[in-house]
Design a protein around this ligand. Structure first.
Ligand code: GRF
Length: 209
């Protein structure tokens, strides 16, 4: 790994997790650098947030590629050109191809707004609420070929309160995300995560040397 951990952040939407990570880095609380931000949606507000923080931010149009594989090849090219150590999916709404997973095996993270393996997919908050669970939460995991199925790095529970709607619950989930995602990235960048089959061991500082 390069001296400072280089991140490539993939987004599709608002990008508050991206901005939170950028802020933590600026405040010197996360020893990493965002080398590039890529969006698959031109109107993603995360692109505006990224540029506000002086980051290189690009829109790559899925419409200009014949299929997912060729689109992902372009992303792999950009991420490699920027010497990215870790790919951070932050509200990226596309399923990445097996080739993409292979290119960055155990170096792609995702954050999901539920306690996996419950409520995978794009509406984890609404699905948990509709099911009537009393506790949901946040999962940070490595990305494999499945949908939200990769080895789990960190999880934290969030209670569902009486009267919650999707917005209020998602807001409290977001607060937890803003702590958990930088923490998982920090552990990765310090070499403290070891994938052993489905399990991710979090090593003590001295074990990682
Ligand atoms: C987050 O809740 C994350 O868990 C999910 O998408 C949402 C992205 O939010 N994958 P934002 O774009 O970072 O605000």
């Amino acid at each position: 790994m390069a001296e400072i951990c280089r991140l490539g952040v993939l987004i599709s939407g608002s990008g508050t997790n991206l901005e939170n990570i950028a802020r933590k880095i600026e405040e010197g609380r996360l020893p990493a650098r965002i080398a590039v931000v890529i969006s698959d949606r031109e109107e993603a507000y995360g692109l505006v947030r990224a540029r506000k923080h002086g980051l290189q931010a690009v829109f790559v149009d899925p419409g200009s590629f014949p299929d997912r594989v060729s689109y992902d090849r372009e992303l792999i090219r950009i991420l490699r050109e920027n010497e990215v150590d870790l790919v951070v999916l932050a509200g990226y709404m596309r399923l990445v191809s097996p080739e993409f997973v292979e290119a960055f095996r155990n170096r792609i993270m995702n954050i999901h707004p539920a306690l996996l393996p419950s409520f995978p997919g794009t509406s984890g908050v609404a699905d948990a609420l509709a099911y009537g669970v009393k506790v949901t939460g946040v999962t940070v995991h490595f990305v494999d070929e499945g949908l939200d199925t990769g080895p789990i790095i960190l999880q934290e529970a969030v209670p569902v309160l009486p009267g919650d709607d999707v917005e209020s619950l998602h807001q409290r989930i977001h607060e937890v995300e803003y702590r958990l995602y930088p923490e998982a990235i920090r552990l990765f960048c310090r070499g403290r995560l070891r994938v052993e089959g489905r399990r991710v061991a979090v090593l003590e500082e001295e074990e990682s040397r």
